[in-house]
Design a protein around this ligand. Structure first.
Ligand code: NAD
Length: 367
């Protein structure tokens, strides 16, 4: 890909300008390759895709250059708004052709959950880097397939874990790793919101793969892991359903779950689609504590420890995320908290175990 990327620069623009019709020349000017910029196509122009696109306007290292959508009217709007050329617009039936488009480096998959795996694998087979929203897939087996496909294709697989780049989160994690809270033996994660429209895909098992756990509970799972800096070895979980009409079979409304870690630390978490104002992390150690609320919302995040408030500038999470992901893909930068496919897979293994624990009522061991 590197050779193709720098073709325009090497060719020298004046030579190129003479050999191309005017429109193509303009297009070449717009997308002249800069090896420091990750050129991204967004797949799924829904509410989160829109948020990411707006945040990317302020990126230094990532640029929105393409779209993949099944809705022509949205494509038209995005083309106008972001100056996207026709040749970088695809729909779900033809996006495999992206393999022949040297002006796109990566595709950000922001579709309903069940489409993450098939679409990410198609993107990988087209030779483009994959950025995929959380949950990376519906279960660990699917996640494993994605990791293998991206490895086989020689492309990066990154998961949209925007909190891993958030400054206050990183500062709390730094203090935890430095031992400033002593031995951290307890984590509490509360993740939830009151879901509206009963017809939305988030409440459709086929598209969502579950309920609140897939969508919002995953923040507490992921948070427990990065706040404690360990991987759990067991889970227990209990489900509560107050509205079986809205929350059909296999679509969880509320799950409380516990995780045990090798150090002896435990996590106690709540995932729900029935309560607002649930966005809180609490980490307690033998020498101190950290508390974050909101802890994973779009921010500003608020964090404090036993020593006082944690101060850091609020930057739109997705702006930082996309710049940092550009650095990971283009420069091989290692993020403080991983965001690769293996990281996404770890959360899926835990989600599988939580659903199993709910069904069996048993403690489920994670190897
Ligand atoms: P949304 O419903 O607003 O958008 C989904 C998009 O996918 C729409 O444009 C829709 O047209 C398209 N789509 C393609 N095929 C579809 C199909 N068969 N059925 C329904 N829609 C289809 O949803 P969203 O809130 O943008 O969520 C999309 C993904 O982003 C989810 O995986 C979600 O978990 C994730 N997300 C992540 C964050 C975060 O902070 N990281 C926040 C919100 C959503």
């Amino acid at each position: 890909m590197g050779t193709r990327r720098i073709f325009l620069k090497r060719a020298g623009f004046s030579t190129l300008a003479l050999s191309l019709p005017f429109a193509e020349t303009l297009s070449a000017m717009n997308f002249e390759r800069d090896d420091k910029i990750l050129r991204v196509a967004i797949m799924g122009l829904g509410s989160y895709g829109t948020r990411v696109a707006e945040a990317m306007v302020n990126c230094q290292r990532a640029k929105l250059v393409g779209v993949i959508s099944g809705t022509p009217s949205k494509v038209e709007t995005w083309k106008q708004k972001y100056g996207i050329p026709d040749k970088n617009c695809y729909h779900y039936d033809n996006f495999d052709q992206i393999k022949d488009n040297p002006d796109i480096d990566a595709v950000y998959v922001i579709t309903p959950n069940s489409l993450h795996k098939p679409y990410s694998i198609r993107v990988a087979k087209a030779g483009k880097h994959v950025i995929c929203e959380k949950p990376m897939a519906l279960n660990a087996a699917e996640g494993q397939e994605m990791v293998a496909a991206c490895k086989a294709a020689g492309v990066h697989l990154l998961v949209g874990y925007r909190m891993h780049f958030e400054a206050k989160t990183q500062e709390v994690v730094r203090q935890q790793r430095a031992g400033e809270f002593g031995e951290t033996l307890f984590f509490q994660g509360l993740s939830g919101f009151r879901i509206g429209d009963p017809t939305q895909w988030r409440l459709n098992y086929e598209l969502a793969g579950g309920g609140s756990m897939m969508d919002i509970g995953i923040y507490s799972i992921n948070g427990a892991r990065y706040m404690l800096g360990e991987e759990p070895t067991w889970v227990t979980a209990q489900e509560v359903k107050t509205d079986p009409v809205k929350f059909k079979e296999n679509v969880d409304e509320t799950i409380t779950f516990q995780m045990g870690f090798p150090s002896g630390a435990v996590a106690s978490c709540l995932s729900t689609y029935s309560l607002n104002n649930l966005d809180k992390f609490f980490l307690n150690g033998t020498k101190g504590f950290a508390e974050m609320q909101p802890s994973t919302g779009y921010g500003p995040i608020k964090a404090w420890t036993n020593k006082g408030p944690v101060e850091a500038e609020h930057i739109t999470h997705q702006t930082t995320q996309m710049d940092e992901m550009a650095a990971i893909i283009l420069d091989g930068k290692k993020p403080m908290i991983p965001v690769d496919g293996e990281e996404g897979l770890k959360d899926l293994v835990i989600i599988d175990a939580i659903y199993k624990a709910v069904k069996t009522g048993e403690k489920v061991m994670i190897s």
